[in-house]
Design a binder for this molecule. Structure first.
Ligand code: TRP
Length: 333
């Protein structure tokens, strides 16, 4: 029997901006890999989103390739999941216009990420940065997913996508599925290794604050050895011990052990030993990904074949939804 009929749909996208981090991996990407068997999945490299902040063309181009290659290296399988590059499917930008005309200025103005990013890039507060959640809504709604796995920072954008879908359906008739946020069972919120009050981010000036998926073993271990803890001792999760708690979260996410199993494993042990163990576990997990990546990135022709094929497959789905929306709005097709 055709098992796809039974499967719920998921969709998620990742921006091709710079190095992907251990935070991206444990917070999102590792779950994508776990989801691809259970769900009918669609995953995209959101390159159109990347230009809401200034990008150097050659660098953007190479980051699009490398992000797609990382997705493959992680074990996402283009036979199982639709994997493509957003800009290859023009319906994203096209639907985004229809949705823009059905989204209020006021509701966009409330987006906290816009406020943060416009403060950070005060010299380039462009209209795209402002309307970015509408493009994200188009990414989602074109594929009618049941679930969208998103981190905490994207929850507000998903809410808007839902609002836009509901409003459009009410006004013009049923076109879009209203998606739910997918909160994975094992999603980890990974904090900076240097300041555990902040999220791990590749834009952190302190290189020791974050680990890249493609860092080598020595670098990973060095960064974990330098991770900030506290002067109390004791390896357990607590609000007063954010650094240690973050390391426990990471170790637990990588090894699959529960938090209490990790606490028991390191009971009475010192921070030095603990940090080394976390570093080694992370390095061991990332090593095969890096190895796959190094192989995949050298075969550009194969990479291109895969993302073109993925793009064609995605567009077949996207086009149907887009035309349906156009027709409902009153355009002549
Ligand atoms: N805006 C998301 C981010 O910056 C990436 C993204 C773009 C996305 N389109 C999406 C995520 C659709 C989920 C669904 O992380």
């Amino acid at each position: 029997m055709c098992e796809n009929v039974e499967k719920k749909k998921v969709l998620s996208c990742i921006q091709p901006s710079g190095m992907l981090t251990l935070g991206n991996y444990l917070g999102a990407l590792k779950n994508w890999v776990n989801m691809q068997d259970e769900f009918d999945s669609t995953f995209a490299v959101a390159d159109l989103h990347a230009i809401t902040v200034r990008q150097e063309p050659a660098k953007l181009r190479s980051q699009i390739y490398s992000t797609y290659a990382i997705l493959l290296a992680l074990g996402l399988d283009p036979e199982k999941s639709t994997m493509f590059i957003q800009s290859h499917v023009p319906e994203h930008a096209q639907l985004s216009w229809l949705l823009s005309c059905n989204t209020q200025f006021g509701e966009m103005s409330r987006m906290t990420q816009f406020k943060d990013k416009s403060a950070k890039h005060a010299d380039n507060v462009n209209v795209g940065l402002f309307s970015y959640p509408v493009l994200m809504a188009a990414d989602i709604l074109l594929y009618k997913p049941d679930f969208v796995p998103v981190g905490a920072d994207q929850k507000q954008h998903l809410e808007i996508a839902r609002d836009i879908a509901i409003r459009f359906n009410n006004h013009y008739g049923d076109v879009f599925t209203v998606p739910e946020a997918y909160i994975p069972k094992t999603g980890a919120r990974v904090m900076s290794l240097q300041d555990p009050d902040k999220k791990m981010s590749k834009s952190d000036e302190n290189q020791n604050a974050w680990v890249a998926i493609l860092d080598d073993k020595d670098t990973i271990i060095r960064k974990f050895k330098r991770a900030v803890t506290d002067s109390e001792g004791g390896i357990y999760v607590s609000d007063e011990k954010k650094g240690v708690s973050n390391l426990i979260t990471i170790y637990s996410a990588v090894t699959g052990k529960t938090v209490s199993e990790v606490e028991r494993e390191f009971e009475g042990k010192g921070y030095g030993e603990f940090k080394l163990a976390v570093g080694e576990a992370v390095a061991d997990e990332l090593a095969p990904i890096k190895e796959n990546y190094n192989r995949i990135i050298t075969d550009k022709a194969e990479l291109e074949r895969l993302f073109r094929e993925g793009g064609d497959r995605a567009e077949r789905v996207a086009r149907k939804t887009y035309f349906k929306a156009m027709k409902k709005v009153g355009f002549v097709l």
